[in-house]
Design a protein around this ligand. Structure first.
Ligand code: KG4
Ligand code: ZN
Length: 332
């Protein structure tokens, strides 16, 4: 039985990620295995500049890309020669950053004569759910929520997606990041998790107030923290409510087009948020769907989703032949 072993490379934004995923080619749908996963984050740069600066991010990717890929191969206990193909994010994303990953992928593919699969970043966020949930068949609904996009999609088949809703203004992840910056939170955690953590304090405070009989003694800085926690919690409530409403409406449309839909996939960085997960689980249940939400490490940007999407396309014969072994740099 032939084994497919695919390296995935992701450099579309501020994380440099690589991973190796394998499957037995005869039964791609049932036995995907994550052999390794490496993510190098630019959190320190983000904190320093208050956001992603493309030129800076490109340099940071260039500095670590070789090491990240090597580490992914080492952890999987394989060499380049064991690979069946290389998959790499080709968009959407910051073009300077994407180029670092594409250049690396083409270089490897050229030297080791490997086919190359160009992967759409948002498709990968959706399809990684099929690696996690083996019974996830097409058609299914997907809500993709990241730093750059809010997308509601009806996934009819591999490569056949109907967009039911998209980002008009800021994507939800971006609003989390803006609120975090505005509240002066520690950006090394990235905006989303920092706001989620602060918002949690409101609930904890309410719970403890209920059992505390004494009069709370609070300082000015406690007060300041409490005000900011209130803002974080209010923002989160409204942001999640907005997602719930849009999602509910999209499910209605999708069910009219494809009554056989059984599952709602929620993925992308914001899907690692516990409140988002809980609320969308309720929406799914109400509509008679099962929620499929990958673990947080597969929701935020990662190489596994790229490798897996590469496998799905490669298996269907959708890939490019190996590039020439010594391609001039400017041809990439
Ligand atoms: O999918 P992703 O890693 O990268 C993009 O494709 O954009 O998503 C990153 C976004 C960031 O805006 C980040 O603040 C947000 O996901 N995020 C969160 C949480 N974790 C990451 N937002 C809310 N709550 C979280 N726990
Ligand atoms: Zn993403």
């Amino acid at each position: 039985q032939e084994e497919l072993v695919v390296l995935g490379i992701e450099t579309s934004c501020d994380d440099t990620a690589a991973a190796v995923v394998s499957v037995i080619s005869a039964c791609v749908r049932s036995n995907g295995e994550i052999m390794s996963q490496v993510v190098s984050s630019q959190a320190d740069l983000l904190a320093q500049y208050g956001g992603v600066a493309p030129k800076m991010a490109e340099e940071a990717h260039s500095q670590v890309i070789d090491q990240v890929v090597q580490e992914a191969l080492d952890k999987a206990k394989i060499t380049e020669e064991d690979l069946s193909a290389v998959a790499v994010t080709i968009g959407p994303g910051l073009s300077l950053c994407l180029r670092v990953g594409v250049r690396k992928a083409r270089k490897l593919a050229g030297i080791y004569a490997l086919p190359i699969v160009g992967v759409h970043h948002m498709e990968a966020h959706a399809l990684v759910a099929r690696l996690v949930e083996r019974e996830l068949q097409f058609p299914f609904m997907a809500l993709l929520i990241s730093g750059g996009h809010n997308l509601l999609v009806l996934a009819r088949d591999l490569g056949h997606y109907i967009q039911l809703g998209t980002t008009i203004d800021d994507a939800i992840g971006e609003s989390y990041d803006k609120i975090a910056k505005w509240l002066g939170l520690d950006l090394r955690k990235s905006g989303g998790p920092a706001v989620e953590e602060l918002a949690r304090e409101v609930r904890l405070a309410i719970e403890s107030r209920n059992i505390d009989a004494g009069i709370p003694v609070s300082s000015a800085s406690d007060e300041d923290r409490r005000v900011r926690a209130d803002i974080a919690a209010s923002f989160q409530r409204v942001a999640v409510l907005h997602l719930e409403e849009k999602c509910e409406r999209a499910i209605e449309w999708a069910m009219k087009m494809e009554p056989s839909i059984k599952k709602l996939v929620v993925c992308g960085g914001v899907a690692s948020n516990q409140v988002v997960r809980a609320r969308l689980n309720q929406i799914a249940e109400k509509s008679g769907l099962k929620l499929v939400c990958p673990p947080p490490s597969l929701c935020t940007d990662n190489g596994v989703m790229i490798a897996w999407t590469g496998i799905e396309h490669f298996h269907m014969g959708r890939y490019d032949p190996p590039p020439p072994a010594c391609e001039p740099e400017d041809a990439m």
